[in-house]
Design a protein around this ligand. Structure first.
Ligand SMILES: NC(=O)c1ccc[n+]([C@@H]2O[C@H](COP(=O)([O-])OP(=O)(O)OC[C@H]3O[C@@H](n4cnc5c(N)ncnc54)[C@H](O)[C@@H]3O)[C@@H](O)[C@H]2O)c1
Ligand SMILES: O=C(O)C[C@H](O)C(=O)O
Length: 347
């Protein structure tokens, strides 16, 4: 295990172009920077497996697990895993500052999940307040951290976070991300099945937002190329858009996606850490402040670098079906963004 950890660290370092002043910890002859990652909502359905996956990530040196309760147990459990990071659990608001101080990446899966029959927007009334208070603390205790927002409705919680940071004078649009990686994970899985392609080789960009028709997979840009019928593309698009609901219904009242989300959240946080460490050409789809459409926030391919967003990539060529989907999603996404902005400024 130790040898394989060292191998992972070495390969991460060899892909990294970090300048020497960033390199503060040595592993034999190689070095990787110290990186603190904080998970807010770490005792939850997503939080627990996500914390485990972050513990397995050799780029993390300190892992802070925060929740309103239950985190000492999760931290004791995860902390016994013999990998690089030191794990600390923090429970209750009075410990939030310590959980956040010095953090490079804050991942937020805090808040209530859907039950069958609910939309993500039905979570707004509870989750908007949770996100607002957590982001107020981030602005105070780790204003330079990259924030990975998982809490739904992402189309509104990201604009809420932006407004909170603006009010605090700490907003840096390069550092705020709505995590839409699960849409990409699903699109890849579903496409691989239909295209009969090895799933590990599949790439599918997913743009727009993270709810229903605002999730727009671009199967015309999927690789490896496959000659799929219009009906198949339509079915794949719909399944990707309804992927969350598929899980919510299958769980029948016991919550929404947690395990696949933990995987997706860990992938995205890893990409952020690689970007921070100077690894070149790290590109992920994510919901960020954007000018690729007329909407102020939009998910598209984004190049990640030492300060977070390095470049928001344009959408590339869309099929007529995707162009239609893009126009259809805009009013809903616009309304969700505005709802978040209004909430943050009214409360
Ligand atoms: N972005 C995505 O793709 C995606 C995917 C799946 C789920 N989600 C969302 O993630 C959120 C969490 O889902 P879950 O299944 O883990 O729910 P969960 O109820 O299992 O866990 C949520 C955790 O948040 C904690 N929490 C509540 N208020 C908090 C606060 N103020 N500070 C810190 N922690 C707090 C709870 O104590 C709980 O442990 C939901 O909003 C869900 O809709 C998003
Ligand atoms: O569907 C949900 O409510 C959770 C999440 O957004 C998902 O896509 O699985």
């Amino acid at each position: 295990m130790k040898a394989s950890l060292l191998r992972s660290v070495r390969s991460a370092v060899s892909r990294s172009s970090s300048s020497n002043h960033l390199l503060r910890r040595s592993f034999g002859t190689e070095s990787v920077p110290e990186r603190k990652v904080t998970v807010l909502g770490a005792a939850g359905g997503i939080g627990q497996p996500l914390s485990l996956l972050m513990k397995l990530n050799p780029l993390v040196s300190r892992l802070a697990l925060y929740d309103i309760a239950g985190t000492p147990g999760v931290a004791a459990d995860v902390g016994h895993v013999n990998t690089r990071s030191e794990v600390t659990g923090y429970a209750g608001e009075e410990q939030l500052a310590k959980a956040l101080e010095g953090s490079d990446v804050v991942i937020i899966p805090a808040g209530v999940p859907r039950k069958p029959g609910m939309t993500r927007d039905d979570l707004f009334n509870i989750n908007a307040g949770i996100v607002k208070s957590l982001c107020t603390a981030i602005a105070k205790y780790c204003p330079n951290a990259l924030v990975n927002m998982i809490s739904n409705p992402v189309n509104s919680t990201v604009p809420i976070a932006a407004e909170v940071f603006k009010k605090a004078g700490t907003y840096d649009e390069r550092k705020l991300f709505g995590v839409t990686t699960l849409d990409v994970v699903r699109a890849k899985t579903f496409y691989a099945g239909k295209a009969n392609a090895p799933v590990s080789e599949v790439n599918v960009p997913v743009i727009g937002g993270h709810a229903g028709i605002t999730i727009l997979p671009l199967f015309s840009q999927a690789t490896p190329k496959a000659n799929l019928s219009d009906d198949t593309i339509l079915a794949l698009t719909k399944r990707t858009q309804d992927g969350g609901t598929e899980v919510v219904e299958a769980k029948a009242g016991k919550g929404s996606a947690t395990l696949s989300m933990a995987y997706a959240g860990a992938l995205f946080a890893d990409a952020c850490l690689k970007g921070l460490n100077g690894v070149p050409d790290v590109v992920e789809c994510t919901f960020v402040q954007s000018t690729v459409t007329e909407l102020p926030f939009f998910a598209s391919k984004v190049k990640l670098g030492k300060n977070g967003v390095e470049q928001v990539l344009d959408l590339g060529t869309l099929s007529d079906f995707e162009k239609e989907g893009l126009e259809k999603l805009k009013p809903e996404l616009k309304a969700s963004i505005e709802k978040g902005i209004q909430f943050a400024n009214a409360n």
